[in-house]
Design a protein around this ligand. Structure first.
Ligand SMILES: [Zn+2]
Ligand SMILES: [Zn+2]
Length: 239
């Protein structure tokens, strides 16, 4: 399985050359590739590759805005996202049922509901191909049933919107917003996930990435987790 981080920026209006495009991950396996998420600053830039499918995590603009004029392939999303983007001119719509595994191009996928936004309910995807298992969750406040969701995961692709600053809030007794990267690092340590790579980068990373990488890796070493920050165009080969 080969991962390409085409976009690693969150909804913040301030990017930089390392993080200029909003979230989009390519997963390639056996010569075919799928994309996950397509934010508004991708509008008019598709198709730049020939994906077999495009998966969506949730209906926030920095994840779906690039599809307002359509998509070149089938689009997969769960019911709450389809409800929000029902007016998009998407011809091939596939409904994803949380927790139910499905296959695209030999890649096993499974969506899990996350706590992130009451108005744009989100899922994260467990992605399995070859001998590797990855969990992709670009926007997350809390992962319900985290032990089961992250069991056997080798790489956690994390939400980099918050590093130190709290972007969490309680609404109706539920936690929403973005967990900090240090909290997500702790999740990895507790569930024995050996590697964490932050994407969906927010202002803190944009402003001072090298200092944050240093702090993150210092903490990660103590927790026996490898941690880093992805950038636009980064590729990663997994066995
Ligand atoms: Zn986002
Ligand atoms: Zn979001």
């Amino acid at each position: 399985m080969k991962l390409t981080f085409h976009g690693t920026l969150s909804s913040t209006p301030y990017g930089n050359p390392r993080h200029s495009r909003q979230s989009m991950l390519e997963v390639a396996y056996g010569g075919r590739r799928l994309l996950i998420d397509c934010g508004s600053n991708w509008l008019g830039r598709l198709p730049f590759i020939d994906p077999v499918a495009l998966l969506l995590t949730h209906a926030h603009d920095d994840h779906v805005g690039g599809l307002v004029r359509g998509a070149p392939c089938p689009v997969y999303a769960h019911a709450a996202t389809w409800e929000k983007i029902c007016r998009f001119p998407l011809l091939w719509r596939v409904l994803v049922t949380p927790q139910q595994p499905f296959f695209i191009a030999g890649i096993r996928l499974q969506a899990f509901v996350l706590q992130h936004s009451p108005r744009a309910p989100a899922v994260g995807y467990r992605i399995q191909a070859g001998r590797s298992t990855v969990f992709y969750c670009p926007d997350v406040a809390r992962i319900p049933d985290r032990d089961r969701v992250l069991r056997g995961v080798e790489l956690f692709i994390a939400d980099g919107a918050s590093v130190h600053r709290s972007l969490l809030r309680f609404e109706d007794g539920m936690l929403y917003g973005h967990a900090s990267l240090f909290t997500q690092l702790q999740w990895c340590a507790e569930q024995r996930v050996p590697c964490m790579l932050a994407s969906h980068c927010g202002e803190e990373i944009i402003e001072n990435e090298s200092r944050i990488v240093h702090q993150l890796q210092h903490r990660a070493r103590k927790l026996r987790v490898k941690a880093d920050i992805a950038h636009d165009g980064m590729t990663l080969k997994l066995p």
